[in-house]
Write a protein that binds this ligand. Structure first.
Ligand code: HEM
Length: 403
């Protein structure tokens, strides 16, 4: 007799304020419920919270596609809020073509070339933070360091002219909120959608980009016929939407993790070469990008359980990063863990194309701190900036004790 395979159904809302503030109890419930669970509140949506299934879905791009949106909205049924990304929300062969161009621009050689200038800014900003902490008794880890650093170095590398770069923050908040439901968070960040989108698209045009920067190199690829000139501004937009808010929160979460684990910071201070693995562990332990979706292109299965065509599949990257099936003692923050195989940058053909830059920024900021700061102390309660996709802090009061 054939038994009908059963997908457990949970009445959990990953987008409730409670779960956004503290997702970890929900992650555990979802992992324990099964390899794939149905979300009662969201019709046609299943979720994977275990590492093995998140990995399997992200590494089968023919079955689990991105072109129907990597958020909750199903673009087969509703129009995207902005023209689709030509890389993130694309499948092969389009994805293969655009990804090749962006991968080349962000190659290891390119990352080596920007290293010195990114390092100089990290050293100066950390120095300024130490002086401010000595003068005022504290700094704000987000507004004084985690935010200004990527907002300076990355748009400079893309070649964005100086000006009101806070538009990049508003745009990032909007893009990542748009991947969730149409809730109050999305409504709030959509309030300034028209002027912010206009600013972003203007800054994606060639005449606004410094010759030789990452943005201009996209146009050079268009000149060489690798992509079209119509595609170029949308690919610059990918850098500006995906390369700022993510890194800001990666750094913010790393500062939070280290400040709350003084014994781990002491190890980093004793050996600043641990800066890179410390950033990596912070990405695993407190994942910036909590979730991304795929859409089933055909009837298929996940872990032997049947999934209907057009089902949205929520990949819980942050839950996979603390799955005890994958990580020993997963809730422990350990900067010497070397968590290879974590999902914080995704996996498979869409795995973060900017991860070398994100790692560079993390290494340089944590390295500069490690060499100059003996202790990082929590100087008051932090506040969160809730977002449907990103784990983000609004404020993080810290005291830096100089070495
Ligand atoms: C800590 C910082 C970062 C995190 C946590 C992060 C996370 C991610 C994740 C999880 C994905 C996979 C999305 C999916 O599978 O649907 C992704 C893709 C992507 N990221 Fe990042 N990212 C970071 C920094 C950056 C930076 C600095 C850039 C730009 C240089 C960037 C550009 C992109 C692009 C263009 C994609 C789409 C790749 C594709 O679809 O092939 N990211 N990122």
């Amino acid at each position: 007799m054939n038994e009908v395979a059963h997908i457990p159904e949970l009445d959990t809302d990953p987008y409730s304020a409670e779960n956004l503030v503290d997702p970890y109890p929900m992650h555990q419930r979802m992992r324990e419920a099964g390899p794939v669970v149905r979300l009662k509140r969201y019709d046609g949506v299943v979720a994977c919270a275990r590492h093995a299934e998140v990995f399997a879905v992200l590494n089968d791009a023919a079955t689990f596609i991105s072109s129907a949106g990597v958020g909750l909205a199903n673009f087969n049924r509703e129009a995207p809020f902005r023209p689709k990304s030509l890389i993130l929300e694309a499948d092969p062969p389009l994805h293969t073509q655009t990804r090749a161009v962006l991968s080349r621009i962000l190659s290891p050689k390119a990352v080596l070339q920007i290293r010195a200038s990114f390092a100089a800014v990290a050293e100066t900003m950390v120095e300024t933070c130490i002086a401010r902490s000595a003068a005022d008794g504290q700094i704000d880890g987000i507004h004084d360091l985690a935010q200004p650093y990527p907002l300076k170095v990355f748009p400079d590398a893309v070649g964005v002219e100086d000006g009101d770069r806070s538009n990049l923050l508003l745009y990032g908040d909007l893009v990542f909120n748009s991947m969730g439901p149409r809730n109050a968070l999305l409504a709030k960040s959509a309030e300034r959608m028209a002027p912010v989108t206009e600013w972003i698209m203007a800054h994606c045009r060639r005449e606004h980009l410094r010759p030789g920067g990452f943005g201009d190199q996209i146009y050079q690829a268009a000149d060489a016929g690798e992509i079209t000139h119509e595609q170029a501004p949308l690919l610059v937009r990918s850098f500006l939407s995906a390369g700022v808010d993510t890194t800001i929160n990666g750094l913010g979460n790393a500062l939070y993790s280290l400040a709350h684990h003084p014994e781990q910071y002491a190890r980093l201070h004793a050996d600043p070469t641990l800066a890179r693995p410390a950033f990596e562990e912070a990405l695993r332990w407190e994942s910036t990008a909590q979730t991304f979706f795929r859409t089933a292109a055909r009837d298929c299965d996940i872990a032997g359980l049947p999934i209907e065509r057009d089902t949205k599949v929520l990949c819980m990257l942050a839950a996979a990063n603390r799955d005890p099936r994958k990580w020993p003692d997963p809730d422990r923050f350990d900067i010497e863990r070397r968590p290879s195989g974590h999902m914080a940058f995704g996996s498979g053909i869409h795995g973060c194309v900017g991860q070398a830059i994100a790692r560079l920024e993390g290494e340089l900021v944590l390295g500069a701190l490690a060499r100059r700061v003996k202790r990082i102390e929590v100087a008051g309660p932090h506040t969160r900036r809730l977002n449907n996709t990103l784990r983000a802090l609004d404020t993080l009061p810290l005291r830096l004790i100089a070495a």
